[in-house]
Design a protein around this ligand. Structure first.
Ligand SMILES: *Cc1c(COP(=O)(O)O)cnc(C)c1O
Length: 427
């Protein structure tokens, strides 16, 4: 890539969460294959990010490539209004069968944020149809992350989500503190008290509780106790509030269960999926709900669910999602994710003794080093790349969620290098 191209990128292209005045450097990628990213300058990076949880089978997978090629020859896209196609039907069959019991109606969306918007609208339309139009707000957890569109933003942590800046432009939602009991630790039932009192006081205004089951991702990489999720399910039932599970990051095996709700053996009323749905190939998401909710919405004033994106159920995206799901189910994914957890635990253990490290924690194929202070990405990122690994730390978190296909030796290399670079950085 020429210097001119890079200068054009810097001057004209907005990367995620970047300044146009002082953009952080970006690394040109030529190709990616398996668990490796090939930079333009010849450097090869071991990928610890799976492109933000998504590329569970690694890059350039022959089966996923073939699914796209085959589907391209039939049709790349066709509108979904008034028409249907086999890839969408096959995908919906997979989702109905695999997701927690009762989630039988599938709305296929373009991205995770849209899946959350759709979930919010379903909840609001449901109560509208039941003659309770006052229920228009949602109750979310602090430290949560649900996406970047304005509706989804209103559900993200109010501080890291910069709600102050957008006051008046985004909806005002209810928030309660995030659970503190860790996944592997002791359960403290009093943590449900704030959720209970908020529901008791405001349930007539609340359409749904939304949360990321078990793992709070981009809002802090926190793993919480399954009993909390069970408790929230029971409170939602008691106060007749819907429960939306945002499994966009956790879905399809990442936490050691196919869906994180399974750790608590609960079914939400509405479920959002995305990220690894297509094995990281392209954007696609889905929002599922129950027969009862779908039929109530459909019997309401609008007579239908009010949403329909132009590229809804894009056949290429559905085809590659089907290939990814089938590949996952054929693999011994659960054993692999359990193995990854063990390798990440032992590999990241040395970071515990580093000065400036607060905690090291692992769950499924997720490894997190939480520091005392935020990292300076402009210093740490180039050091990681120089050492041959791709991670994208944020705030106080240096974390990894590698593709499931990563071998024991590669995980050892990824974790040892991370610990080494971090030790030098913290010194
Ligand atoms: C990434 C993410 C989203 C948003 O998905 P996009 O595809 O980036 O819009 C929503 N919720 C959770 C839990 C996520 O991790």
């Amino acid at each position: 890539m020429s210097a001119t191209d890079l200068a054009f990128d810097r001057d004209h292209i907005w990367h995620p969460y970047t300044s146009m005045l002082n953009p952080a450097p970006v690394f040109p990628v030529r190709a990616a294959e398996g668990v490796r990213i090939y930079l333009d300058n010849g450097q090869v990076l071991l990928d610890g990010m799976a492109s933000w949880w998504a590329a569970v089978h690694g890059y350039n997978h022959p089966r996923l490539n073939q699914a796209l090629i085959d589907q391209t020859h039939a049709m790349s896209h066709i509108m979904f209004g008034g028409l249907t196609h086999a890839p969408a039907i096959r995908l919906a069959r997979h989702l109905v069968e695999l997701t927690p019991a009762g989630l039988d109606k599938v709305f296929i969306c373009d991205s995770g944020s849209v899946a959350v918007e759709v979930a919010m609208k379903m909840a609001i339309q449901y109560w509208q149809a039941r003659g309770q139009g006052s229920r228009q707000r949602l109750l979310a957890l602090r430290n949560g992350y649900h996406g970047d569109t304005t509706g989804a933003m209103s559900l993200c942590d109010p501080e890291t989500g910069m709600h102050e800046l957008f006051r008046g432009a985004i909806l005002e939602q209810f928030f309660v503190a995030a659970p503190q009991s860790s996944f592997h630790g002791e359960w403290h039932p009093e943590e449900l008290a704030e959720m209970e009192s908020t529901l008791q006081q405001h349930h007539q205004q609340i359409a749904a509780v939304i949360l990321e089951p078990i793992v709070q991702g981009a809002g802090g990489m926190r793993f919480y106790h399954p009993a909390y999720l069970q408790g929230v399910r029971a409170l939602c039932d008691r106060y007749e509030v819907l429960l939306i599970a945002d499994e966009i990051a956790t879905g399809f095996g990442r936490t050691g269960k196919l869906f994180a709700c399974e750790h608590a053996e609960i079914s939400p009323d509405i479920l959002c999926l995305g990220k690894s749905l297509t094995g990281g190939y392209m954007t696609l998401a889905a929002t599922l709900t129950t027969k009862a909710i779908a039929e109530t919405i459909s019997a309401g004033g609008a007579g239908c669910f009010m949403h329909g994106p132009t590229f809804m159920a894009n056949p290429l995206a559905c085809a590659v999602a089907n290939a990814s799901i089938e590949l996952l189910l054929e693999s011994d994914w659960q054993q692999k994710v359990n193995a990854l957890q063990g390798w990440l635990e032992s590999g990241l253990a040395p970071a515990r003794s580093l000065h400036g490290v607060r905690e090291v924690r692992c769950l499924g194929a997720i490894g997190v080093i939480e520091l005392e202070h935020p990292v300076d990405m402009r210093i740490l990122q180039p050091q990681l790349v120089e050492a041959g690994i791709w991670l994208r730390p944020f705030g106080r978190l240096v974390y990894m969620m590698p593709p499931f296909i990563m071998s024991q030796n590669e995980v050892a290399q990824l974790t040892a290098t991370t610990c080494q670079v971090l030790a030098d950085y913290l010194n």
